[in-house]
Each structure stands twice: as structure tokens, then as C-alpha cells.
Design a protein around this ligand. Structure first.
Ligand code: ASP
Length: 337
């Protein structure tokens, strides 16, 4: 090859190399998280409780953001943020999980990545310290998408995930909620419980959606479900499409709320389908589903959503939703009501 041609080729490679690097450096990374939606009012939270929630949300968000800003993957950011929230007794996931009717804890979680739409989910586990890690293991290391109960626990053991006694999830606050729920159930149906009272029966499911430097969206959700649930009830949180969804072509969603409605309306996937096929923005799509469709049938709850540009949307039809996001140092937020 003549020298001039070689030089020309070399310069082209340099230009291309530089372009690729600078695009990577400039591309957006972003994280959005939630800690559950429900009847959360300033009147029900003391200033100390409020600042505890805000601090924990901020910690989970900031650590996940830092990981992304340092070139980490969205799957690691989502698992990190959710693990931090699962380890806190404040939220209805992991340590702070609510009680079922029998006085035990059954945990559900799911995760999905938007590049190939791979997913992992688990339901009704009783001994897994961090259910989101098990959901990830199902996605990455099993041949299946959705494992439940004893089988999921056997798989966790095989994968050396940390197991604890079910009593690890006991907390005084959630125990009191169970007693109040049982009282309420003498007068009302399980489905109507949260509409008829002012008591915290279920708040605190956690979720996260992240976008990394590769443009990959990952979404995850983890929960103890709803207080006083019976008969092995499974909510929307581990149901791919209902509680969690990710598709790099449209968006990622994690939901929280009255799971029966979210399953029936396939909420997370429906929001992204509206973005993909109707060209709606994530805010328009989320509001349409949460504030019109779900609100219309009294299905309470909310979602966090992120698109492939790292734009963030929150939408909820309940009084509040614990939530936070960060796109860069100037564009970040923590909110409750
Ligand atoms: N969606 C959860 C469930 O129904 C509960 C919640 O998000 O508050 O299990």
C-alpha cells in the first residue's frame, strides 16, 4: 500500500476512534428509583421519618449513579440500588417486607434488560435475603425466566446466594400493620382495604430503571407484596410486562401499586408499547395508563419510566410515591408527595 494511502487510512481510523470515544464519554447515563406508592401524606410522616426516607433514596440513587458514571453497566446499577433499598427496614422489600395473612413473608422480584429483552423473576420465596439478586441469577444463569417457591430457593442455594431465616424479615412496624389489616378484614374485603382506611398496609415496594453508556436500559422491581395476602398470592412486581419491563427501543418501567390491577392491565409493557407504536413521550404514555386507564377502575399506584435518551418520567394516581432520579449533577430530584 502506498504511503499516502496508508496515512489517509490511519487518519480515518484515528478520526473514527476519536468519534466513538467522545460519543461514549458524552452519552447520557441515568438512574431513576422508587420506594413504593400509596396513601403517603405529609400528615402521616414525621419530619424525622421523612428525612430517613429521603436519605435512603438518595443513597441508593447516588451509589447507582456513581457506578454508571464510572462506566458501569445498567444491570449492576439496578441491582445495587435495589439491594440498598432491600436492606433497609423502611421499604416493603427484603428486610422491611410485609407479612402475609399467616404471619410470614413471601418475597417477589424481577429484572429485565432492554437489549435482548432477557428477563428473570422469582415469586413466593421465604429465605432469600436479596430477592433482586436471585431474579438476576435466574436471568443470567438459568434456562428459565420465572421460578417460584421451593424451586427458586433450591436454585438460590445452587448459586450460593445468601439465605436467611424467614424471621430476618420481621419488623415491629409491619407486624402492627398485619394486626390492623386483620381487624379491617372483619369489615371490608382485602381488595378494598387500602381504599377504606388510612393505614399503611403495603407501601414500600422498590424499583429502579437505569441507562448506561452503552445505551442499555434495565428495569427491576422487588417487593414483599401486600399485607395479609393469602393462598400464595403473587402480585405484579415479579410479572414481566406488568410490574417490570425494558426495551431499548422504547423504555424501561418499574411499577408499584395494587398488583391485581397492574397484572390485568399489563401496565409496564403497555406504557412502553404506547411509546414504541404511538410515538408518545414516556410522560404522556405513563399518564395515560396510570391516570386514565388505571385511575378509571380505581387501580391505585404509580410507575417510574426511563427512555433511551435517559429522560425520566414519574406518574402516580395515589397520594404519594417515594422516588428519586439523577441524570447529572444539575438534573436530579428526590420526592415523596
Ligand atoms: N405491587 C405490589 C404488589 O401488588 C405492592 C406495591 O407495589 O405496593 O404486590
Amino acid at each position: 500500500m502506498p504511503n499516502t494511502m496508508r496515512h489517509a487510512l490511519l487518519s480515518l481510523v484515528c478520526i473514527l476512534g476519536f468519534t466513538a470515544n467522545s460519543t461514549a464519554a458524552e452519552s447520557t447515563v441515568a438512574i431513576v428509583i422508587h420506594g413504593g406508592a400509596g396513601n403517603i401524606k405529609a400528615a402521616n410522616l414525621s419530619p424525622e421519618q421523612e428525612s430517613k426516607y429521603q436519605a435512603k433514596l438518595q443513597e441508593a440513587r447516588d451509589r447507582a449513579y456513581e457506578l454508571l458514571a464510572n462506566g458501569g453497566k445498567s444491570i449492576d446499577a439496578v441491582v445495587l440500588a435495589i439491594t440498598i433499598l432491600e436492606d433497609s427496614p423502611l421499604f416493603n422489600a427484603g428486610k422491611g417486607a410485609v407479612y402475609n395473612f399467616e404471619g410470614e413473608h413471601d418475597l417477589d422480584a424481577s429484572i429485565m434488560e432492554g437489549k435482548q429483552q432477557q428477563a428473570g423473576a422469582i415469586a413466593g420465596v421465604q429465605t432469600i435475603k436479596n430477592p433482586i439478586k436471585l431474579a438476576r441469577a435466574v436471568m443470567e444463569k438459568s434456562e428459565h425466566v420465572f421460578l417460584s417457591g421451593r424451586g427458586a430457593e433450591a436454585f438460590a442455594q445452587q448459586e450460593n446466594l445468601e439465605q436467611v431465616d424467614n424471621s430476618y424479615f420481621n419488623t415491629q412496624r409491619r407486624f402492627q400493620s398485619l394486626q390492623k389489616a386483620k381487624q379491617a378484614l372483619l369489615k371490608t374485603s382485602w381488595n378494598d382495604m387500602d381504599r377504606n382506611t388510612d393505614i399503611d398496609y403495603k407501601m414500600g415496594t422498590v424499583g429502579a430503571v437505569a441507562l448506561d453508556q452503552h445505551g442499555d436500559i434495565v428495569a427491576g422491581t422487588s417487593t414483599g407484596g401486600r399485607t395479609a395476602k393469602r393462598f400464595g398470592r403473587i402480585g405484579d412486581s415479579p410479572v414481566i410486562g406488568a410490574g417490570t419491563w425494558a426495551d431499548n427501543q422504547s423504555c424501561g418501567v418499574s411499577a408499584t401499586g395494587h398488583g391485581e390491577f397492574f397484572i390485568r392491565f399489563n401496565v409496564a409493557a403497555d406504557i412502553c408499547a404506547r411509546v414504541k407504536y404511538q410515538g408518545l413521550s414516556i410522560q404522556e404514555a405513563a399518564d395515560k395508563v396510570i391516570k386514565e386507564e388505571l385511575a378509571g377502575i380505581k387501580g391505585s399506584g404509580g410507575v417510574i419510566v426511563m427512555d433511551r435518551q435517559g429522560n425520566v418520567a414519574y406518574s402516580y394516581n395515589s397520594k404519594g410515591m417515594y422516588r428519586a432520579y439523577k441524570r447529572n449533577d444539575k438534573d436530579q430530584h428526590v420526592g415523596i408527595y
